[in-house]
Ligand binder design. Structure first.
Ligand code: ADP
Ligand code: MG
Length: 246
């Protein structure tokens, strides 16, 4: 889909794992403030796509730019890129031996060189925003999965990213905890954050997404508004996928 003023732009991006052509000429632009939901069958390349956008994976050809800047190869540029692109995974990966507050403050102090006092104050604000102000001094193991994932979101936000990537953020959660995480993400979307979200939560896609990108076999097969996609999927692959999950 044509996007004015893209914050993220991938052009003809290709990647192999050995013989497997996992990303096959991906073209994708994400506008400022846009929420793009990526869906598709397991193994279609959704996680790989996310991981290329903050250079956790390299690509063989094509270009990726974030806010007009090509992704850096190595070194210092990479740290600042990672700061600009927040990522939340299925597994929360919190530091078990640090408090909730310290989990959120750590990167701003180490990477952004903020004063501990300032970083802690901002972290408390972010914990408030994700509904966890009362839990700042606990350790991750004392929290539920949904609460831990909300800490992970606050931790990513603490770096003031330009864009947030979410790779199946609710897939590891018990059903009763899914909504509290989706609600935080909804609020983030309403506040204008640019977001790329891989998820099987179709309710979230319908209500929060500006666009749905459907992937199959390393390609983007459809890239449309949620209304269009859910009511009139164009491809057999998408119709087949939707019939299995809806
Ligand atoms: P999805 O997130 O859509 O399930 P992935 O991006 O995780 O898909 O994986 C796409 C394909 O690439 C799968 O066939 C997967 O087995 C393969 N793959 C993913 N990561 C690696 C890796 N590090 N090495 C080799 N193959 C991989
Ligand atoms: Mg995946």
């Amino acid at each position: 889909m044509a996007v004015v003023d893209p914050l993220i732009e991938l052009r003809d991006v290709n990647k192999h794992y050995g013989q497997l052509h996992v990303l096959q000429g991906i073209d994708l632009a994400v506008g400022r403030g846009e929420v793009v939901v990526v869906i598709g069958p397991s193994g279609s390349g959704k996680s790989t796509l996310c991981r290329t956008m903050n250079r956790l994976e390299t690509v063989e050809s094509g270009t990726i730019t974030i806010d007009g800047q090509p992704l850096p190869e190595e070194g210092k540029g990479l740290a600042s890129l990672r700061a600009e692109v927040g990522m939340v995974f299925q597994s929360f990966n919190l530091f078990a031996h640090r408090t909730v507050l310290a989990n959120v403050s750590l990167a701003p102090i180490k990477v952004r060189r903020r004063k501990k006092e300032d970083a802690d104050r901002r972290s408390r604000e972010l914990l408030e925003r994700v509904g966890l102000a009362a839990h700042a001094d606990k350790y991750p193991a004392q929290l539920s999965g949904g609460q831990q994932q909300r800490v992970a979101i606050a931790r990513a936000l603490a770096m003031d990213p330009k864009v947030m990537l979410f790779d199946e953020p609710t897939s590891a959660l018990d059903p009763e905890m899914i909504n509290e995480v989706l609600e935080v993400m909804q609020q983030l979307a309403r506040d204008g954050m640019t977001m790329v979200v891989v998820t099987h939560e179709m309710g979230f896609a319908r209500s929060a997404a500006n666009r749905v990108v459907f992937m199959a076999d390393g390609r983007i097969v459809e890239d449309r508004s949620p209304e269009d996609f859910f009511t009139h999927p164009e491809s057999d692959r998408a119709r087949d996928f939707l019939s299995k999950i809806l």
